[in-house]
Write a protein of this length. Structure first.
Length: 389
């Protein structure tokens, strides 16, 4: 069908808007102007909407969930292979034959288990499932699905995210893999969600610390900003990102973030975590809670988190426990997305954190989807896959 003149005009207008933004940012950098000054000029000359478009972060934040020791198998119950679910065969490793649905509005068929998260997302934002890598049974650090041309996609993502100012660019929990890529920042490793909180809990702001008094903390931040203003290098385009990051760090130095980042009882309820939730699902949920809060505060751009690691060979021997586990897993992922959706993205006017997030899920082995008896580790043709949102 021929496109209307109005549609063609809108496309040309959008292209010209993007061109103006790129030209303005490039010119501003050449002149040594701070990005906020460029946005201010754009707002005065072209309007608030265009300035807001320019101010959006150029790369997404990301969460990478790495399931090891057979635990990746749980995720294929959320998003089963299309033909496995459609067969409705009680011998296949799908727990809910006949209860599956198809995601609406996707380019390719995506089958959803009854406990699958994110069902209400539009088709263009639904999960994509990629055949990727090979079976790496019983390792906690699978790499074949997350390596591209000898570079880790996690490190590649972190390298791209270096354009986004953050205090700690990338955080890995436990022994979750990170890898290497040109320009990738150094990873900060922590043992658990509680330790992520500790990364940002300034010793200076605690009781008895130099900046425990709010007045002292505010004065320190003001002094640091004044120092930048007096430093002629602050106007150089090559220094802008560094100064933006260090200003944020200066503000945080006088802020005790433990109470802001620590999961609350309300958080637990929103994520569906209670006394009966399996520990490995609860651990994943708590880490996602802290990640969402850290994203909201602009503290980090990427979190890599291990998941499950329980090798569920006998899962189909206890359907009640299986259903409870899958339900909790889906609820935790739904809770995370709901929190992101409710959090405005301060780096991009009119958008939420959910609009600017990338999530990957992969693991050592998804186990054999064609055999629920003992749920064997081996997969047809040694296959493996990855889910990406």
């Amino acid at each position: 069908m021929a496109r209307s003149k109005a549609s063609e005009r809108d496309d040309r207008r959008q292209l010209s808007r993007r061109g103006l933004i790129k030209w303005s940012l490039a010119t501003g950098a050449a002149l040594g102007l701070a990005r906020w000054k460029v946005f201010e000029v754009l707002e005065d000359s072209a309007g608030t909407a265009l300035a807001a478009d320019a101010a959006c972060q150029p790369t997404l934040r990301s969460v990478h969930i790495v399931a090891g020791n057979g635990g990746f198998a749980w995720f294929q119950l959320l998003w089963p292979h299309n033909e496995v679910a459609a067969a409705r065969n009680n011998q296949f490793a799908f727990h809910a034959p006949g209860q599956e649905t198809l995601a609406a509005g996707t380019d390719k068929v995506l089958t959803l288990g009854p406990q699958a998260p994110w069902k209400n997302l539009p088709g263009r934002r639904q999960v994509s499932a990629f055949m990727a890598g090979s079976n790496e049974t019983h390792t906690n650090r699978p790499t074949t699905a997350s390596t591209l041309m000898n570079q880790s996609i996690f490190a590649v993502a972190a390298s791209l995210q270096s354009t986004n100012p953050s205090v700690i660019p990338v955080i890995a929990v436990g022994d979750a893999p990170y890898g290497d890529a040109p320009g990738a920042p150094r990873v900060s490793r922590v043992g658990s969600a509680d330790d992520i909180v500790g990364l940002f809990n300034s010793a200076a702001s605690r009781e008895g610390g130099l900046l425990a008094n709010t007045v002292d903390a505010d004065l320190y931040t003001a002094h640091y900003q004044a120092l930048i203003g007096l430093n002629r290098a602050a106007g150089r385009s090559t220094q802008l990102k560094t100064y933006e990051t260090t200003q944020k760090a200066a503000g945080l130095l006088g802020t005790n973030l433990a109470s802001v980042l620590t999961p609350t009882a309300d958080d637990m309820n929103r994520y569906g975590i209670n006394a009966g939730t399996r520990a490995n699902v609860a651990d994943l949920g708590k880490t996602l809670m802290v990640a969402a809060k850290a994203f909201r505060l602009g503290l980090t751009s990427s979190v890599i988190v291990p998941a499950m690691r329980d090798d569920p060979h006998g899962a189909f021997n206890d359907m009640g426990n299986l259903t409870s586990t899958v339900t909790s897993l889906g609820a935790v992922l739904d809770g995370f997305m709901a929190e992101l959706d409710a959090s405005p993205d301060d780096s991009c006017a009119g958008a939420s954190l959910a609009d600017n997030i990338l999530i990957t899920i992969h693991g050592d082995t998804p186990k054999n989807p064609l055999d629920r008896s003992g749920w064997p580790d081996g997969t047809p043709n040694n296959a493996n896959w990855m889910y990406v949102l």
